[in-house]
Design a protein around this ligand. Structure first.
Ligand code: ADE
Length: 225
């Protein structure tokens, strides 16, 4: 998989995309993330990529030309499954969407900034608008990093134990069961006996019950759909 990210703040993406699992996935050629500085596509001598909005509202708007130039250039090089725009008014990002996107070959993520982008970009160039939650970030870079992390770790081979991606919270619309490690007792706080019993089938039943119980308590909305 290849993900091209278009941003005015490439430095904000450097470390989150080059650590741990994302770093290893790229070293193993399972994923390639290429960050493009939108200012490289500006024809303005000050490398400007924003302008005042028509209609006199406050704030600045990202201009259409540099974005169109960047996306068009990338599209001459390969075919993209989706051209994504990060925005608080996009479709909510969730595990199901991460699963679908993890099967893509090539993705573009355009990071929003300022008051937003010229709406014609959304109408004509963007195929998917994604929000990572009901709050407003200063820009779309952290949202892009969150999405890359959630997507790339699902690519087979990206995490050592593939089974563990399948047992994640949300994978079956259930939160994960509680998990413990040694020591079996600490300050009198005990690991549930069942987990020490060695009885695999009963352990799995217990984990499933706990997953349902925790979901009912914390996220009953997940049990509805
Ligand atoms: N840009 C600003 N806020 C955002 C959010 N919540 N999700 C995605 N992109 C954003």
């Amino acid at each position: 998989m290849r993900i091209d990210i278009i941003t005015v703040l490439p430095e904000l993406l450097e470390s989150p995309l080059n650590c741990s699992i994302l770093k290893r996935a790229q070293e193993k050629n399972l994923a390639k993330i290429v960050v493009h500085n939108l200012r490289d596509y500006s024809t303005n001598k000050h490398r400007r990529v924003d302008d005042y909005p028509f209609g006199g509202t406050a704030g600045m708007v990202m201009q259409i030309e540099p974005i169109d130039r960047a996306i068009s250039q990338l599209k001459t090089e390969r075919t993209y499954d989706e051209v994504i725009y990060t925005s608080p008014d996009g479709e909510p990002f969730a595990q199901r969407m991460a699963n679908t996107l993890s099967m893509a070959e090539n993705l573009i993520i355009l990071c929003g900034h300022y008051k937003g982008i010229d709406y014609r970009i959304r109408e004509h160039l963007i195929t998917k608008e994604i929000s990572i939650g009901d709050y407003v970030l200063t820009g779309g870079e952290l949202a892009a990093a969150v999405m890359c992390d959630a997507i790339i770790r699902l690519i087979p081979g990206a995490i050592g134990d593939e089974q563990s991606a399948l047992s994640d919270s949300f994978q079956d619309n259930l939160l994960a069961a509680p998990i413990y490690t040694r020591p079996a007792e600490y300050k009198g706080w005990k690991v549930p006996d069942i987990l020490l019993s060695g009885h695999q089938r009963k352990i799995e039943e217990w984990e499933h019950e706990k997953a349902i119980e925790r979901t009912r308590l914390r996220r009953p909305d997940l049990l509805i759909d």
